[in-house]
Design a protein around this ligand. Structure first.
Ligand code: GLY
Length: 432
């Protein structure tokens, strides 16, 4: 069996690991923006090329003739790489363009939920012009301002976190309107969680939930990033999340898969990743992604017991109802080592050295030169601790990070008892 992986970041290294450990022993062919040292080691062939160059990727796929492709990043999925590969007879574990709009257009996602009366929808309005925007924003207590398209996790701004007043939010909304639509929503309060589900358009199978940490610095301070790290728990819940909340989130994702099919006549094949928030009014949907989370892929794939290649095949063939997803009952903590200055003004071409110890490591924005690792400016290496408890997993990840040498920083607080208790107390107070 041959599998083509189109990837980026440490998520691709982690997906590559899940592919090559399959009992079907596939040969892995990968295309990434750079020669990722982890993927290079796992793949039969790794080609460095822009993953948005679809002519190149389809030519390469014609040559390799993979059994199927696995698509990692949001941009090529949003632009229709699945559709292009299908034109040459290659199926993908990754959705087609029309259903990938669930991630690439926030207005589409919100309007779909509204039309199909799917619960978990915050108060929102989509604007293509200024008219009515001020009145609507003033009718809400606090607002969130979102550009319609993909923003790499960095374009959404929240009152109280990124701006102080409705006026400041409206001025950001004006800026967005110069380029496209803007969504204004009520600001919700609660704890966020990520539920990544495997989907074939009919069946939705959930991975264990994880919680990401988007802000750059400890105690959730500083600018938004792609995600500094994340954790999951051995019981398949989160310390602030009960089974009934997971069921609510699952129901929303099932209804989304169904609504997408009704609306587009296309089945969603791949990862339907709901970014949810538990609020005092129940589970709300913040946004959907059409791919694995980064870092959250690293909380689920390393403990996945079911064969990942079988999962991809079942999703592509529409037979997910015939398999069950199983995970080891283990906690995971993922922490990213990122270059100093990230995400605004990262140092570049700086050396990084490490010994991962008991942790797993996945390479992200790293170039290898003469057997030395150089950081290229974005999240560099993800370290994942796995253990029978969160505290054990956290210690393993933390120890690996303490051994990293180079101009990096990371969030010590991810997965620690102190931060977890803060989250639990926050949620308890809201639910009182
Ligand atoms: N963890 C955020 C993302 O993958 O978009």
């Amino acid at each position: 069996m041959k599998i083509l992986l189109v990837g980026s970041t440490a998520r691709a290294d982690c997906i590559a690991e899940a592919i090559v450990k399959s009992k079907s022993k596939p040969e892995l062919y990968a295309v990434m923006g750079l020669i990722n040292p982890g993927v290079k080691q796992k793949a039969k062939e790794l080609t460095a090329h822009n993953v948005m160059d679809f002519d190149f990727i389809t030519d390469y796929a014609k040559k390799v003739q993979p059994d199927f492709a696995v698509l990692g990043p949001d941009d090529p999925i949003a632009e229709g790489l699945t559709d292009e590969l299908e034109k040459i007879g290659i199926k993908s574990f990754g959705p087609k363009k029309t259903v990938a709009r669930i991630e690439s257009s926030k207005s589409f996602a919100r309007e779909l939920m509204q039309k199909h009366e799917i619960e978990g929808l915050p108060d929102f309005k989509v604007f293509s012009e200024k008219q009515g925007m001020q009145d609507y924003a003033n009718s809400l207590k606090e607002i969130v301002v979102k550009p319609d398209g993909l923003t790499g996790g960095k374009g959404v701004k929240v009152q109280g976190d990124h701006f102080d007043s409705i006026e400041a939010g409206l001025s950001y909304a004006d800026e967005i309107l110069q380029k496209g639509k803007v969504i204004i929503e009520e600001r919700l309060e609660g704890e966020e969680f990520s539920l990544q589900s495997i989907c074939d358009g009919k069946t939705v199978l959930d991975c264990v939930p994880a919680q990401d940490h988007k802000r750059a610095f400890e105690n959730d301070a500083g600018p938004n990033t792609g995600g500094m790290g994340s954790y999951s728990c051995e019981d398949g819940l989160l310390p602030f999340l009960e089974e009934k909340h997971l069921k609510q989130a699952h129901k929303i994702s099932e209804k989304i898969a169904d609504a997408l099919k009704k609306e587009t006549k296309t089945e969603f094949v791949g990862i339907l990743y709901g970014g949810f928030m538990l609020t005092k009014k129940g589970v709300k949907l913040i946004e959907y992604n059409a791919r694995f989370g980064d870092p959250e892929a690293m909380n689920v794939l390393p403990i996945l017991k079911t064969d990942f290649v079988e999962i991809c095949q079942a999703s592509i063939n529409g037979t997910l109802n015939e398999i069950s997803l199983e995970f080891e009952p283990k906690a995971t903590v993922c922490k990213y080592a990122v270059p100093e200055g990230y995400p605004i003004n990262s140092v570049k071409n700086e050396f990084i050295e490490f010994t991962a110890g008991q942790a797993k490591h996945y390479f992200g924005a790293i170039d290898e030169k003469n057997r030395h690792y150089l950081m290229t400016g974005s999240r560099a290496i993800a370290f994942v601790g796995t253990g029978s408890s969160l505290s054990e997993a956290e210690k393993i990840a933390q120890k690996a990070l303490e051994g990293v040498k180079g101009k990096i920083f990371y969030r010590k607080d991810i997965g620690t008892e102190q931060l977890i208790q803060k989250r639990v107390k926050h949620m308890k107070k809201l639910l009182e």
